[in-house]
Write a protein that binds this ligand. Structure first.
Ligand SMILES: NC(=O)c1ccc[n+]([C@@H]2O[C@H](COP(=O)([O-])OP(=O)(O)OC[C@H]3O[C@@H](n4cnc5c(N)ncnc54)[C@H](O)[C@@H]3O)[C@@H](O)[C@H]2O)c1
Length: 296
């Protein structure tokens, strides 16, 4: 099959590319290398079933051509990470929503199977755990820009489901929970690589809040497997599906583990959310993202 992976030089997308190449498929990656890295796919360059295009998914004629020739589309390109969202508010919304709009438009025109990743962030301030896909979503005021990420992703979900409703576009929406593994960078605030790097460098591990908040971390190889399986299952078309690990760990315990596993002498330093990110993040403290249906 011909697989198109937008954002394929990013963390999750590059693992998807590895997986499909290993399984004997043809893979095209389009990535503007904004948060992704060429080094994530460098090892695939020269492979006769791999093609890398460095460009943006906002280029409509290009996307029309790429989607027309693809059998499956994984739209992994997105603005990701709390820090990026606070620093580049306009670009975040444009990249997420306009990008998904372009992808869905051409997938709909050529009737291609497409996977749209969303995020557990859409649950926002929701406190009824474990999270179910049909739960109400509760975000904050529009002057708290951090919610732009969740809302833009929610709008992506609405648009994908609208295409399913109107034309039965074979689309699957997958809400990813925290995903970790090789190639993830701590540069945009992702906690595991940030902790591991600090521990290795002997720097303090900055825990935001009091550290009692817990999170679930799925390994990227499990997540990639889940994404592949979901897009092949017709029962998933027009569905929203949570995907991640259901094993919770507190952030303090996570920091301790990073210190233990690297034999580090680093200390843990507690930093209030409002200091780490600005006002509007205090509610992160009490959120416990859990899953209704863990990936098998
Ligand atoms: N990693 C996680 O824990 C996590 C959690 C929830 C949701 N997600 C979702 O999974 C998807 C992939 O996330 P990731 O962690 O691999 O992030 P990532 O930043 O590593 O990957 C995103 C990729 O998209 C590329 N990109 C951005 N704008 C682009 C554009 N206009 N045109 C082409 N490429 C563009 C970036 O360069 C990058 O390579 C995203 O939709 C994200 O919202 C990830």
């Amino acid at each position: 099959m011909k697989i198109l992976i937008t954002g394929g030089a990013g963390f999750v997308g590059s693992h998807l590319a590895d997986e499909f190449i290993a399984a004997g498929h043809e893979v095209t990656v389009i990535d503007d290398i904004s948060t992704g890295k060429y080094s994530n796919v460098e090892h695939l360059e020269g492979h006769d079933r791999f093609r890398l295009i460095i460009d943006t998914v906002l280029d409509q004629p290009l996307m029309e051509e790429l989607i027309r020739e693809a059998d499956r589309v994984f739209h992994m390109a997105s603005a990701v990470g709390v820090r990026l969202i606070m620093e580049q508010p306009v670009k975040t919304i444009e990249t997420i929503f306009q990008g998904t709009d372009v992808i869905l438009k051409y997938c709909s025109r050529f009737r291609k199977r497409v996977l749209i990743p969303s995020t557990s962030e859409v649950y926002g301030k929701g406190a009824s755990v474990p999270f179910r896909e049909d739960d109400d979503l509760l975000t904050g005021a529009t002057d708290k820009h951090r919610w732009a990420y969740a809302c833009a992703k929610t709008l992506d979900e609405f648009l994908a489901l609208a295409h399913w409703k109107e034309t039965r576009l074979p689309v699957v929406v997958v809400r990813l929970f925290n995903t970790v593994g090789p190639r993830q960078t701590g540069q945009y605030g992702m906690v595991v690589p940030r902790f591991v790097k600090a521990a290795i460098d002997g720097e303090p591990l900055e825990v935001h809040g009091d550290g009692t908040q817990s999170r679930c971390f799925g390994h990227v190889s499990d997540v990639v497997n889940g994404l592949k399986v979901l897009l092949e299952n017709q029962a998933c078309f027009g569905q929203v599906i949570n995907l991640g690990n259901d094993d919770e760990v507190t952030i303090t315990r996570l920091a301790e583990k990073a210190i233990e596993l690297t034999n580090s002498r680093s200390e843990i330093r507690y930093v209030p959310y409002s200091v780490a990110y600005g006002e509007g993040f205090e509610d992160m403290q009490r959120r416990v993202p859990s899953l209704e249906r863990p990936i098998a």
